[in-house]
Design a protein around this ligand. Structure first.
Ligand SMILES: [Zn+2]
Length: 483
């Protein structure tokens, strides 16, 4: 490395050629340097990730997880702005100055009801009701690790530019990034990178479903359910009528749409006519405009249900996210790096763990060895059945992402099996593949302005005339949506 730096210095002193040109020649050695550094730091980042796994904090309540990542970045010389976009657990950590500005997204919220120990059978962790079933403890840690490594490389090698780590809370239903986008935090970002824990390694070639969610609240009149039911008006009846209408609607909506609900309050006792009931809805479709149309029909069903049951209704938009605008230029770059870095190899002990997890699925699943493979980017764009608030970032900044195998192949996100793998070295190994891929891709971007220009051109063409508008409107962050 020393001779490389000396060589760089000599070139710089004799030439006025843009720094990009000189660094570009040595991209491979920059990446090798990064991978060595990250390998050496594995235990350090493992500690951070497992600490966040242990905290398992829900959306907008990630106080300890967020501050752990912020402290790490501060200690490494990042300028950290906490509490951005009116969200106490959101932050932006910046290193460097000037362009290009590379944004890396970090998540850290857990899921309710998925308490699980790091063992290959279903076994809730004592005293905990939540779990990292989506692996966001790995997501946040890998992104922070990449940011810190990039900072080191920039200093050592005189690379110009800015790295911004976006601490993004409440991805699971809270639409955290949407408020950050709405507040203009991504305005000066040239490229945004993200990744997601998964049961395979692959650059993003699938989109995501746009999603709009709301809590519909019905207000009725309570009465003795047996002695004077005629005096009551049941808010639960209204919820049931609304759900019935929505379920009938299913025949008359595009087949790629998804509508789901849970009754979050259905009354307190059978002998009291419920004067209050609440139902929480998600509406999804690959096209954000179709989501808005479907949501409007559901709203009509809610109004009709209130009219028919003699109750009143109010609803609160809880979240709203765009579909994912893919960028082939960036995806190709991510794919190149991922292919070179390679997947995850299990030790014999991890293989045994993986086999037990596979036995628990009750459905056919790939062999554990598949964690080693890097899947190819599919030519056809298929919309993945999930949703993400990265969608809103992707309509504002050229964005690329990828998955790594942090879970035993075949594992579904939001399962106890995902929580279990995420608490072991299986998860940590996948996390390090992600940290390396983020770092390598950012090196490509920092050293190749033509790549950024190409990605931006594609982004503008793909976006066309679409004017970004948050699906959740102008509501304030739903900080208590997990209460
Ligand atoms: Zn997730």
């Amino acid at each position: 490395m020393k001779s490389f730096r000396l060589c760089l210095l000599l070139i710089c002193s004799f030439s006025t050629v843009n720094i990009y040109a000189q660094v570009k020649i040595n991209v491979a050695s920059l990446k090798a340097q990064a991978f060595n550094d990250l390998n050496a730091e594995k235990d350090h980042y493992k500690k951070i990730a497992l600490q966040i796994w242990d905290y398992s904090e829900l959306g907008y309540k990630e106080v300890k997880s967020s501050s752990l990542l912020q402290e790490e970045l501060k200690a490494q010389g990042f300028n950290v702005e906490p509490g951005v976009a009116g969200i106490p657990t959101a932050f932006v950590a910046t290193y460097g100055q000037g362009s290009p500005v590379i944004g890396i997204l970090a998540e850290y919220d857990a899921l309710p009801g998925l308490s699980q120990q790091a063992v290959p059978e279903k076994k809730p962790a004592d005293g905990r009701n939540s779990g990292h079933g989506c692996g966001h403890h790995l997501f946040g840690t890998a992104s922070v690790a990449a940011g810190i490594e990039l900072k080191k490389l920039m200093i050592k090698n005189g690379i110009k530019g800015t790295i911004k780590i976006f601490g993004c809370p409440a991805e699971e239903g809270g639409s955290g990034k949407v408020y950050m986008v709405r507040d203009g935090l991504f305005k000066d970002v040239d490229i945004a990178l993200h990744w997601h824990p998964a049961s395979e390694n692959r650059a993003d070639s699938d989109g995501a479903l746009a999603n709009k969610s709301a809590k519909f609240r019905f207000y009725g009149v309570s009465a003795h359910a047996s002695a004077s039911p005629e005096k009551g008006r049941s808010a639960l009846d209204a919820v049931e009528a609304m759900n019935y209408m929505t379920n009938m609607m299913r025949e008359h909506i595009p087949s790629s749409a998804r509508m789901h609900y849970v009754i979050t309050n259905g009354g307190k006792a059978p002998n009291i006519v419920p004067d209050y009931a609440e139902v929480y809805y998600y509406v999804r479709h690959p096209d954000k405009e179709e989501v808005v149309r479907l949501f409007d029909r559901i709203e009509k069903a809610a109004e009709g249900a209130a009219t028919g049951t003699g109750t009143t209704m109010k609803y609160e938009i809880i979240g709203g996210t765009h579909d994912l605008l893919l960028n082939k230029t960036l995806t190709a770059e991510v794919n190149n790096n991922l292919q070179k870095i390679g997947g995850v190899d299990y030790t014999d002990e991890e293989k045994a763990f993986g086999e037990k997890i596979r036995e628990s699925f009750g459905y056919p699943s790939p062999k554990v060895e598949e964690a080693r493979l890097i899947k190819s980017v599919t030519a056809e764009q298929n919309s993945s059945p999930g949703s993400t608030d990265v969608g809103d970032v992707s309509y504002n900044v050229p964005t690329a992402g990828f998955n790594t195998a942090t879970w035993v192949p075949g594992t579904s996100a939001h399962s106890w099996q995902a929580v279990a793998s995420g608490g072991t070295d299986i998860g940590i190994k996948g996390m390090m593949v992600a940290a390396k891929t983020l770092t390598a891709t950012a090196i490509d971007l920092l050293t190749n302005p033509a790549l950024i220009a190409k990605a931006k051109k594609e982004f503008l063409e793909a976006k066309g005339n679409y004017q970004y508008k948050a699906l959740l409107g102008d509501r304030a962050p739903a900080l208590n949506y997990r209460d």
